[in-house]
Ligand binder design. Structure first.
Ligand SMILES: [Zn+2]
Length: 249
């Protein structure tokens, strides 16, 4: 007899700021019934997280900040973990001090995509930036047991659309988590030349393929110098990647 619609009306009246007694009187319900419905609600953080999950919202319009999503997806595929064995899933990204403001950028991307709260945990040589959220697995369906290179990593159609529109931010995420920019110094007839280049190293052939695809979308030349190691070395390609990846610290 107490239909879901009645519960929805209770929630709507509560959301307008009415107290439990007044809601009960308005809907002619027992005070204790309304009280139980209000107290038994999921906790506000989870409820809010469901409302923020762009895959669970009825309209499914995509992320409100596609650049943050593309960047975060790149970070995750590079060196992120989504642990789904705990009570609430945890998205964790290990940030080194190789890149300027990486910890802040990662933190901001998590908040822009889903997180209400982000934790930073100091580890040896890096900081784990992490967020717990029931809906992280909806947004990163590539999660699974074991290491990423031991399972197929295939983007969903909606993820491909986002990366296609934001390849620079995706590549920035990949290089921030699993890449580096090195300077090779060469001395020719007493003059020193510096050749900067980018390296992206990843054991997963699928993730390497995604990196190559995104670089192709940007028109940035690359080559493989080992099975698991991609290099961007041509001068104009390095300059183009500099514009997307941003400065080192
Ligand atoms: Zn969701």
């Amino acid at each position: 007899m107490h239909s879901p619609e009645m519960r929805a009306r209770v929630r709507a009246l509560r959301a307008q700021g009415n107290n439990i007694r007044s809601v009960a009187r308005t809907l002619a319900l027992p005070y204790t019934t309304v009280w139980h419905w209000c107290v038994d609600r999921p906790d506000p953080v989870q409820a809010n997280s469901a409302a923020r999950c762009f895959r669970c919202r009825p309209d499914q319009v995509g992320p409100s900040d596609p650049t943050a999503y593309a960047y975060l997806l790149g970070l995750y595929l590079g060196d992120g973990h989504l642990v789904t064995t705990d009570r609430v899933p945890v998205l964790r990204i290990y940030c080194t001090d190789t890149w300027l403001n990486l910890i802040e950028s990662c933190d901001a991307a998590m908040r822009a995509v889903l997180a209400n709260r982000v934790q930073r945990i100091q580890k040896q040589g890096c900081v784990a930036v992490q967020s717990t959220g029931k809906h992280w697995p909806c947004l990163i369906p590539q999660h699974g047991p074991g290491k990423k290179h031991q399972r197929p990593i295939i983007l969903a159609g909606w993820q491909q659309e986002i990366v296609t529109a934001q390849p620079g931010h995706f590549v920035r995420g990949l290089f921030h988590s699993d890449g580096c920019r090195v300077s090779n110094r060469v001395t020719v007839r007493g003059r020193e030349y510096v050749y900067p280049r980018y390296m992206f190293v990843n054991e997963s052939a699928d993730i390497m393929g995604l990196c190559q695809w995104a670089l192709d979308l940007l028109g940035i030349g690359w080559r493989m110098n080992r099975r698991n190691s991609l290099s961007v070395a041509r001068r104009e390609a390095v300059a183009a990647l500099d514009r997307h990846v941003g400065p080192k610290s």
